[in-house]
Design a protein around this ligand. Structure first.
Ligand code: FMN
Length: 217
């Protein structure tokens, strides 16, 4: 079983999103899967360029994006994946720009414009979306983030298969709050949360990775 995960944070070592993704992949590996982590910010690629090659009537293959850049071989590997995990920090209430670009390129070629609307992805696979964010759970609701997360979740549900939503709130943005403007944050509480709650979230991510492999879609 192949599990592919995408890190949509430009911070690639020890930070929130990548740490949760690595935990999920460790769980998947513990259940016997082959795993791969793709750091989107290592790649040079664009979002969808609206060329509509993937919708041409005489196309040779379904679900293939015609844009040729660093994402091309990675999208090919997703075709063979059994589990897909996308992790992103929340930027302005949504995914990071690179994650958004990935989603456009990943989803649109499988988006069927014919009447039956059935996804062009050849199989049904398990998927997960991991969001990490500065705000607490209450503000996820107050600011309407939840609606956006659920919309993206529905896109993954429809194009690939059942999507598990994983939220990590109240994350630590810097390891030393005294070095940055951060008066509106309670630095001590942030650090405490990171030391006490975040490791529990990593355990939950591990369990999720394991579950995605042991209970395939
Ligand atoms: C450009 C930018 C925009 C952000 N916007 C939000 C936001 O709208 N809501 C929020 O809760 N956190 C926001 N954050 C904080 C990050 O989502 C949060 O710190 C996240 O956990 C960082 O993930 P990382 O440690 O994997 O990079 C923003 C951070 C940056 C750099």
């Amino acid at each position: 079983m192949n599990v592919i995960a995408f890190n949509g944070s430009p911070r690639k070592k020890n930070w929130n999103t990548v740490t949760l993704l690595e935990s999920a992949l460790k769980g998947a590996a513990a259940a016997g899967a082959e795993t791969e982590l793709v750091n989107l910010y290592d790649l040079s690629f664009s979002g969808c360029i609206s060329c509509f090659s993937c919708k041409k009537r005489n196309r040779k293959l379904d679900g293939v994006c015609a844009v040729n850049d660093d994402l091309t071989p990675v999208l090919e590997r997703v075709r063979n994946a059994d589990v897909l995990i996308v992790g992103t920090p929340v930027y302005y209430g949504a995914e990071s720009a690179a994650t958004r670009a990935l989603l456009e390129r990943l989803l649109f070629p499988y988006n069927n414009y014919s009447k039956d609307l059935k996804s062009q992805f050849p199989r049904v696979i398990s998927t997960a979306l991991i969001y990490t964010m500065n705000v607490g759970l209450e503000d996820v609701k107050n600011y309407g983030y939840e609606q956006h997360f659920n919309l993206t979740k529905t896109m993954l549900d429809r194009h690939f298969g059942p999507c598990e939503l994983f939220l990590s709130v109240d994350t630590m943005q810097y390891s030393d709050y005294s070095k940055y403007e951060s008066e509106k944050f309670d630095a001590e509480a942030k650090l405490k949360h990171h030391k006490e709650i975040f490791p529990q979230e990593c355990e939950k991510a591990f369990d999720m990775g394991k579950r995605l492999v042991t209970n395939p879609a």
